[in-house]
Design a protein around this ligand. Structure first.
Ligand code: NAI
Ligand code: ISE
Length: 340
């Protein structure tokens, strides 16, 4: 079987995912696209033979030739499309964040629970990254002992004009809010957000950088530096300090050059380069699960949990206070084992 995918939102990651779906992965084809910018949709469609351009996301979801839906539009639009996908009974891969508010994510949990089986996978691709997987294995190894601290840095060289300070938390740091839960197998119980002096390279409306401090239910402390105008490259760091040792992501694969009395290597330019294999693996995993009529990967509950923590961090940023975080009831659909 070949899974016929429709893509909603064909900007940067939409185009990158279309490239991998059409040229890298197996068992899948892209049959439809749509975008609020019709010229962009037409441009992208011109590069994908046989693809149909729909005027709206709803039309694409209702198209009988579309077996499964990829949502890669802006975060605040995800809820509408994920709910429509569930209503149509079609598998949905939704880029992070699942939705930008707790209430919106709850509506998705309710809809998927009412449907009775998983249809939604959230694009937390770091769970498929070889380095993060090795880090998780090291943390789980008894040799290190219990994790006590996690130091994370999430550095972007620059961000587009539409990027807002809230996005530093619910679009950028949301990756750490997910990966820390996954790495430690623990929930986040409280958050604070601190602001150092502003980076003068940042747009006037942006709070940049930020330091997020998280407390987990199990007693670990996590600090996350979020810098989105750091210029030098795309740099993702994570170190876990445990009772008897530490484990950290190594510097990115590549070469180290020694010359002229100096040594150095390259820093990835952006997320596409740094996580290229992780995106390939997560989408192949999704395609394989859709083919098998099953579900895999980060669940809508994982998407909900990350957004609830992001909501808490946003409140902490606004108030300057420590904000306790509680996920509330976990619907039974999400208490079953997750495969990735
Ligand atoms: P982008 O701005 O490059 O592209 C978004 C596209 O969605 C644009 O073409 C826009 O016209 C379209 N769009 C907006 N509202 C729409 C609507 N209501 N219906 C249909 N199309 C709509 O943004 P980018 O960077 O591609 O991000 C898109 C999503 O993917 C965001 O949720 C972002 O957080 C996520 N993302 C995830 C990454 C990851 O590492 N997993 C990396 C980059 C983005
Ligand atoms: C973008 O949407 C991503 O998800 C990238 O992984 C992240 O580094 C960037 O800050 C976000 O804007």
């Amino acid at each position: 079987m070949t899974v016929r995918v429709g893509v909603i939102g064909v900007g940067m990651i939409g185009q990158d995912h279309i490239r991998r779906l059409t040229r890298v992965l197996a068992g899948v084809e892209v049959v439809a696209v749509t975008d609020v910018d019709p010229a962009r949709a037409a441009d992208v469609a011109a590069g994908v033979p046989g693809v149909k351009v729909h005027g709206t996301g709803k039309d694409l979801i209702d198209d009988g030739a579309v077996d499964a839906v990829l949502v890669t539009s802006w975060g605040p639009t995800h809820e509408e499309y994920v709910l429509a996908g569930i209503a149509a009974g079609k598998p949905v891969f939704c880029e992070k964040p699942l939705a930008t508010t707790r209430a919106a994510c709850r509506r998705i949990l309710d809809a998927e629970s009412a449907f009775g089986r998983r249809l939604v996978m959230v694009g937390f691709m770091r769970r498929y990254d070889a380095s993060y997987r090795a880090l998780k294995a090291a943390v789980a190894d008894d040799v290190l002992g219990a994790p006590l601290l996690v130091h994370c840095a999430h550095r972007n060289p620059s961000v587009p004009d539409i990027y807002s300070s809230d996005m530093a938390i619910n679009d950028t740091a949301v990756h750490e809010l997910d990966i820390v839960r996954w790495l430690l197998d623990d929930e986040i119980a409280a958050a604070r957000v601190l602001q150092p002096r502003r980076n003068s390279r940042a747009a006037a409306h942006l709070v940049d950088p930020l330091v997020i401090l998280l407390e987990t239910a199990g007693g670990a402390l996590v600090d996350v530096e979020v810098s989105v105008n750091i210029g030098y490259g795309y740099d993702i760091r994570c170190e876990v300090v445990a009772e008897g040792g530490t484990a950290a992501l190594a510097d990115n694969p590549g070469v180290i050059v020694r010359s002229g009395g100096r040594w150095g290597g390259a820093v990835p330019v952006d997320w596409r380069e740094r996580f290229i294999r992780a995106y390939d693996s997560e989408l192949q995993d999704w395609v394989d699960a859709v083919t098998a009529g099953s579900a895999t990967g980060p669940t809508a509950w994982d998407g909900y949990a990350a957004t609830v923590v992001a909501d808490g961090c946003l409140e902490a940023l606004r108030t300057g206070e420590r904000v306790p975080i509680s996920l509330g009831d976990r619907p039974s659909l999400y208490t079953r084992a997750v495969t990735s």
